[in-house]
Design a protein around this ligand. Structure first.
Ligand code: PEP
Length: 263
């Protein structure tokens, strides 16, 4: 269903009217985690000023350590919905449990499946039935074929509004959080008609790498970029070192907004 074998045309996925795919690059920005109404609104205003068309933000955070901030749950979803009302930015947020899909879908414009859940098949199937577009991150140890098969689980439930996101994979290299597999973008675009975006924040894990990795994503023809931003990264409860400040985001926006149309 997601293969390009039967369709030459590449898909455009619409999230509350915002297109991902086609002849332009979509910028998605927002906090890694929803912390407070003020922090989320400020991050959303930063995103909107920079020309982002969608707001990201996690209310359910699948953290490596059980002692790390796990997100605000439904309170976080309500904050996101309020910020959407205030800014007009549709929201992309992660769901980590099949049992929560209906609840998260009742607030979100797009459901995110994170790297750690890419092969949580019950979650993929539930997301496929939720009636909302799905952002499917690549598992950090998944091959491109496994990633596309995960998308197939969603598609099989009747939902073809799927966007693939390359977010870095596990390699022997320790100087970055993950290794951005930039070649996965054209490979996935050749194998599948789905749009493919890049997350330079979670792949590099460092603010200074976000811009260079975004340049790489643009150069290779990615359909969009999703980045973490925070009004005060040094106080962030989650992944502060990779969050862009307003100034960094302006630089990224300039890069994206001065792009010639993609062909
Ligand atoms: C995220 O985008 O908030 C996130 C946790 O990403 P990943 O699943 O790629 O680690």
């Amino acid at each position: 269903l997601v293969s390009r074998e039967n369709t030459a045309q590449r898909s455009v996925v619409r999230v509350a009217g915002v297109p991902i795919g086609g002849d332009h690059m979509t910028l998605i920005a927002g906090p890694c985690a929803v912390e407070t109404p003020e922090q989320t609104l400020e991050a959303a205003l930063m995103a909107r000023r920079a020309g982002a068309s969608l707001l990201r933000g996690g209310a359910y955070k699948p953290r490596t350590s059980p002692y790390a901030f796990q997100g605000l749950g439904e309170t976080g979803l309500k904050i996101l919905a309020d910020v959407r009302d205030e800014t007009g930015l549709p929201i992309v947020t992660e769901v980590v449990d099949a049992a929560d899909v209906e609840l998260v879908a009742s607030y979100a414009d797009m459901l995110q499946i994170g790297t750690r859940n890419m092969q949580n098949f019950a979650l993929l199937q539930a997301a496929g039935e939720a009636g909302k577009p799905v952002l499917l991150k690549r598992g950090m140890s998944a091959t491109i074929e496994e990633w596309l098969m995960a998308a197939e689980y969603i598609a099989q439930r009747g939902n073809l509004d799927i966007v693939l996101c390359e977010r870095g994979i596990r390699t022997f290299e320790k100087s970055t959080r993950n290794t951005l597999d930039i070649s996965a973008v054209p490979v996935a675009q050749q194998l599948s008609h789905l749009p493919v975006i890049v997350d330079p924040s979670h792949s590099g894990g460092k603010r200074d790498l976000v811009l260079p990795l975004s340049r790489a994503a643009i150069a290779v023809g990615a359909d969009g970029i999703i980045v973490d931003v925070h009004p005060a990264p040094e106080t962030a409860l989650c992944d502060g070192p990779q969050a862009l400040t307003a100034a960094d985001l302006d630089e990224l926006a300039h890069l994206v907004n001065t792009l010639p149309p993609l062909v």
